[in-house]
Write a protein that binds this ligand. Structure first.
Ligand SMILES: *Cc1c(COP(=O)(O)O)cnc(C)c1O
Length: 394
């Protein structure tokens, strides 16, 4: 059956993805099922989105209830779900104000605009520069692409935003070298995801924060992939005690509905975007905000952070054991439930394809890394089964 669907899809859908030949039908917990009824253990979670697992009953109930009441009203009016969702983001982050978007890339766009506006308000000039990191990933729209440190993604779409300078991640001197009197912000992922699962070192993140304070720059932390509990902290920066001036969220913040956010600390909230500076038709509508609001409640009720810490430690242990056992596994990186295994001398894509055949979903990152970003509700038994299916796929 699936071949028919795949052929029909390829006839009508623009071919921007080389998709795996699987047609999924439904999901339950940490498992997905294809149209032929085959079961898959999911350590990809729809790219770090489905942190509560599939078909979480309390979550789907909240969405169904909201659909029956109201889905969209535009941002010209208030809604209770938006008020509640914003309140919960502010409380969890300790930051000041939220703007809801429809995706991660739009959250980045908003963050970049807020940073530029902050600098413009400060000195009245409109030629500010932003420092971004090599091997970063911030999204596919033109602004987000401009700060994505990957030439392969950028070249066909140039000219991109002017005034973007790239530095090396986890190399403070390299960042320092890019600061000019026009710099207004530094943007980085707290844990680089697509680039190959590289967590920021504590010295680097604290050093960048100190540079920002010294030069009155805004620190933008992209928490789209590593945030929402994935490292064992609601936001990855909380482990370092380094609060950004602007944070971007998406992926797991909606657990399956398209929503993102950029969140401003007091300084950025007071001194940047004003009425008329930014907008969105759909962003933060009652439907997606009901999802965000329920996600925060369920994180507490289901003790998600605790589970990431205990089962994440178990996952770390098991992945370390694999690195010890197999020569072609070079190193494990990451923390909690955002982990990578660097593969050396074997095509990582082939392992992923064979894993899929063996009923395991894993993804790649950075070209030679196996990426593990499972739903945050996995158990130790799920980790054991993952390892079993992965070894079968080597
Ligand atoms: C996925 C991702 C984005 C882009 O989010 P979209 O919702 O795909 O637009 C930006 N930054 C990071 C770190 C991501 O992982």
């Amino acid at each position: 059956m699936s071949n028919v669907y795949i052929e029909k899809a390829e006839e009508a859908v623009l071919h921007t993805y080389n998709r795996y030949p699987v047609v999924f039908d439904h999901g339950e917990g940490v498992r997905l099922y294809d149209v032929d009824g085959k079961e898959y253990l999911d350590f990809g979670a729809g790219i770090a989105v489905q942190s509560l697992g599939y078909n979480n009953k309390a979550y789907t109930r909240a969405l169904k209830d909201q659909i029956d009441k109201l889905t969209h009203i535009s941002n010209l009016y208030y809604s209770v779900p938006m008020m509640e969702a914003a309140e919960k983001v502010v409380k969890a982050s300790g930051m000041s104000k939220v703007f809801f978007t429809n995706s991660g890339t739009e959250a980045i766009e908003g963050a970049l605009k807020a940073a530029k506006k902050y600098a413009y308000e400060r000195d009245g000039k409109a030629d500010h520069e932003i420092i971004a990191m090599n091997h970063s990933f911030h999204g596919r729209s033109l602004g987000a692409l401009s700060v994505t440190g990957n030439e392969h993604y950028q070249i066909p779409f140039r000219p991109l935003l002017p005034g973007i300078r790239f530095a090396d991640y986890n190399a403070l001197d390299s960042v320092k070298a890019q600061i000019t009197d026009k710099t207004c912000a530094i943007i980085l992922e707290t844990v680089q995801g697509e680039g190959g699962i590289y967590p920021a070192t504590e010295a680097f993140l604290k050093g960048v924060k100190a540079l920002c304070e010294e030069h009155d720059l805004l620190l933008i932390l992209d928490e789209i992939q590593c945030g929402m509990g994935r490292t064992g902290y609601m936001f990855a920066w909380q482990e370092y005690g380094v609060m950004p001036d602007i944070m971007t969220c998406a992926k797991a913040i909606g657990c399956g509905v398209p929503v993102g956010a950029f969140v401003l600390g007091e300084k950025a909230a007071e001194g940047s975007l004003k009425p008329g500076d930014h907008g969105t038709t759909y962003g933060g509508n009652p439907f997606v905000c009901a999802a965000v609001s329920k996600v925060f409640d369920l994180y507490e009720e289901e003790h998600i952070l605790e589970n990431v810490r205990t089962v994440g430690a178990y996952l770390t242990e098991k992945l370390d054991a694999l690195v010890k056992k197999y020569d072609f596994l070079k190193e494990r990186r990451g923390k909690g439930m955002i982990q990578g295994l660097e593969v050396d001398g074997r095509p990582v894509g082939e392992i992923v394809v064979r894993a899929l055949e063996n009923g395991l979903i894993v993804m790649t990152a950075g070209g030679n890394v196996l990426r593990f970003v499972p739903p945050l509700v996995i158990t130790k038994e799920d980790v054991d089964l993952m390892v079993e299916r992965l070894i079968k796929s080597f």
